[in-house]
Design a protein around this ligand. Structure first.
Ligand SMILES: NC(=O)c1ccc[n+]([C@@H]2O[C@H](COP(=O)([O-])OP(=O)(O)OC[C@H]3O[C@@H](n4cnc5c(N)ncnc54)[C@H](O)[C@@H]3O)[C@@H](O)[C@H]2O)c1
Length: 247
């Protein structure tokens, strides 16, 4: 039987990078996303439309998993969102935006974890990985956003701090079933939109390794955390930031 890994936000940049690496590792990959793949969009993995905050969608996922009879080897809580108003200053911050970011990061991850835990308990194995961020570990260096029209809002920091702590609780509760739960916290991603931008330059100048992270570098750590090589690692937050958080 092939091993299944579920990735929330699986159609996004990191989700697709994880899907590529995990397919190479021999896993079946199920991509949960609130959006449908666009016509002609080439995607790696099997797509399953699912708003992770919608209990009915998550129930459909549960039915699908029961029917598939797959071994649910892993869950990657990766989905996040940047709704309208995401980068506003706190004084003007829309409460709906604040709620939505918390919902996708925390409530959605709770619903998915709640769904996979009984499968993993029956198997007596499983690896859950939450995608955090350096923003959940240290406060933002606000000067890097000066004149950039972007910032890192309070809600993102508290959502990511929450998802990092989430894994410690799950690790403590479910270790007895050999279920591991770890967080991975990347620094800023070197994506095609940022390539060569002033933001990339200033961010890189403040990073000991002098550059932003590549999604493939995060995928390699995900691959490790799903593998038997990490069998004694649980409840940890692995920071992949080129040294950003050491000061
Ligand atoms: N991009 C970065 O610089 C960076 C840095 C550190 C951490 N991260 C984290 O990495 C993860 C992935 O980031 P990314 O850059 O690939 O983002 P992305 O926007 O490319 O992907 C996120 C995906 O989540 C999906 N999504 C949003 N709401 C959803 C919902 N309710 N249900 C299901 N799917 C939903 C979106 O449709 C999207 O496909 C996020 O948790 C993000 O916070 C990103």
């Amino acid at each position: 039987m092939k091993k299944l890994v579920i990735i929330s936000g699986g159609l996004g940049v990191m989700g697709q990078s994880f899907a590529g690496a995990l397919t190479e590792d021999g896993y079946d990959v199920l991509l949960l996303d609130v959006r449908e793949a666009a016509a002609g969009e080439s995607i790696i993995g099997e797509s399953f439309r699912c708003d992770i905050n919608n209990e009915k969608d998550v129930e459909k996922l549960n039915d699908y998993l029961i029917r598939s009879k797959a071994e649910i080897h892993g869950l990657i809580n990766n989905a996040s969102c940047q709704p309208k108003g995401f980068t506003k200053e706190l004084e003007d911050y829309p409460v709906d935006t604040f709620r939505q970011v918390l919902e996708v990061n925390l409530v959605g991850s709770f619903l998915l974890t709640k769904t996979v835990i009984p499968f993993m308990q029956r198997q007596k194995s499983g690896s859950i990985i939450n995608i955090g961020s350096i923003q959940g570990v240290v406060a933002p260096t606000f000067e890097i956003y000066d004149g950039m029209n972007i910032t890192s809002p309070l809600v993102y920091s508290v959502a990511k701090a929450g998802i990092i702590h989430f894994c410690k609780w799950v690790a403590a509760r479910y270790g007895q079933w050999n279920i591991r739960c770890n967080a991975v916290s990347p620094g800023g991603l070197a994506d095609s939109q940022r390539s060569g931008s002033d933001f990339e330059k200033i961010y890189s100048s403040k990073t000991p390794l002098g550059r932003m992270v590549k999604s493939g570098e995060v995928a390699e750590v995900i691959s490790f955390l799903l593998s038997d090589k990490s069998r004694y690692i649980t409840g940890q937050n692995i920071i992949i930031d080129g040294g950003w958080t050491i000061h």
